[in-house]
Design a protein. Structure first.
Length: 439
């Protein structure tokens, strides 16, 4: 473990040395429907118009509500006509779009403009969406002007390049006292070489990097085993845009039954739950990792909270076939999202130590690891394989054109075709006819 701590310390100290620019942005918090939204201030246009956008590691698009959106109720909204640098065009896909989130749909027109965070300029031609209509279900829960998606480009509907492609890495501290988003470096408090870091590779979905996905080979709620009992392994999305911890439908009924045994009842068809007390609730233990696991133990006070005289348990049913670890989970850890190396690194929040249970390294059995093919054959390898295939095919075609064309001087120059054989047969018959005596 000492070696892992030293290498992690060297990594965090050297992060900004090779980066072009490093910043720390304070996040703003707002609560809606029991869930906390973490937003960063973004400047768009010339002159700059500032907006608070939700930092969302569970999506890849950047959009902001426009002044033409009658259904929108958040302020401020982007006035495209007031920006000298705005261009109402797109370089990829449709110039209008409708995109679905867990809370509803939004429709927007795509344009390009200057986008920056404090002194960090993403680019002067970022492609993003200007919303002109959205479902009331989004309007009711959205406490900010839009969303800054920080997941991978394969999920982007219209943002090209997506925001994370302008960064080497970013880090989230969803601290209750001073939440921060850092770009290309970590907060000074996390340069301590004594800190224990858990390093996890980002896992793919259908052969593509999409969400920030970690392996979840084992999950328990008290004595209830939720992952690690079936042949299919679990995965978890680290999603700062979701407030609660979401459980896949395959494990949902078991979770409901377990919480009912503690006197809890569901506040909706898909959660969350209201419970009479927090003291009897079990720990939620999630083991994250691919080949090396780290057990993250959440005590009841970490996934449940007091509200209006009741205890709310922040467990809901996931819209995906994967777990979603929202801000209730992310608030417990400092997490670095390494875009370049496609890794996630996490450690306990400094302000939570020593109350926070340590990240416990645990082995992952071969049965609960992804296959060799799934681990090593990713979209980058596929791109390289395709390049090799195209190169070999091109060389083979060039050889056939240069070396296998033209008149045949010798029988061994090239493979005889059917026309060649017919010509040889006719010539042989001609020679035989000439040799026959005339009677």
């Amino acid at each position: 473990m000492a070696g892992r701590r030293m290498s992690a310390a060297f990594w965090v100290l050297s992060m900004c040395l090779s980066a072009t620019h490093c910043i720390h942005c304070k996040l703003h918090t707002k609560t809606s429907d029991f869930q906390t939204q973490y937003a960063v201030t973004i400047a768009i246009g010339t002159p700059a118009q500032e907006f608070d956008l939700i930092v969302d590691t569970g999506s890849s698009d950047l959009w902001v509500q426009g002044t033409d959106c009658v259904a929108c109720n958040s302020e401020p909204r982007f006035a495209a006509s007031m920006s000298r640098s705005f261009r109402p065009n797109c370089v990829r896909g449709s110039c209008t779009y409708t995109i679905s989130y867990g809370s509803g749909k939004s429709s927007a027109k795509v344009g390009q403009d200057v986008v920056s965070m404090e002194s960090y300029v993403l680019a002067d031609d970022v492609q993003f969406g200007v919303v002109y209509d959205e479902d009331t279900s989004i309007t009711q829960v959205l406490e900010n002007s839009g969303i800054l998606g920080l997941a991978f480009k394969s999920m982007a509907a219209f943002t090209s390049p997506c925001a994370q492609e302008y960064m080497k890495s970013f880090a989230l501290s969803l601290s209750r006292t001073s939440p921060m988003l850092s770009i290309n470096e970590v907060l000074p408090a996390y340069n301590d070489p004594a800190l224990q870091w858990a390093t996890m590779p980002v896992e793919e979905l259908a052969g593509l990097y999409s969400y920030w996905i970690a392996g979840l080979p084992n999950a328990t709620l008290g004595s209830l085993q939720l992952c690690g009992t079936t042949t299919s392994r679990c995965q978890a999305v680290l999603d700062s845009g979701t407030g609660f911890v979401a459980v896949p439908s395959s494990e949902w009924n078991a979770v409901v039954a377990e919480l009912h045994s503690f006197g809890c009842y569901s506040m909706g068809e898909s959660g969350p739950f209201s419970c009479p007390s927090m003291t009897r609730l079990p720990n939620l233990t999630l083991t994250l990792g691919t080949t090396q696991g780290y057990a993250c133990t959440l005590t009841p006070s970490m996934y449940a909270f007091q509200s209006a005289g009741t205890v709310v348990v922040g467990l809901i049913m996931s819209p995906l076939d994967m777990w979603i670890l929202g801000s209730l989970f992310l608030e417990q850890y400092y997490i670095v999202f390494d875009v370049e190396n496609r890794e996630m690194r996490m450690t306990e929040l400094v302000e939570n130590v020593p109350a926070m249970p340590e990240l416990e390294p645990v082995p992952i059995s071969i049965h609960d690891q992804p296959s060799y093919f799934d681990r090593y054959f990713d979209e980058i390898v596929a791109e390289h394989v395709m390049v090799v295939i195209v190169l070999v095919a091109s060389l083979a075609l060039l050889y056939m054109i240069v070396c296998q064309s033209g008149p045949r001087k010798h029988p061994w120059d090239r493979t005889a075709t059917s026309d060649d054989m017919l010509l040889v047969t006719l010539l042989d018959q001609h020679h035989q006819w000439k040799r026959q005596p005339i009677t």
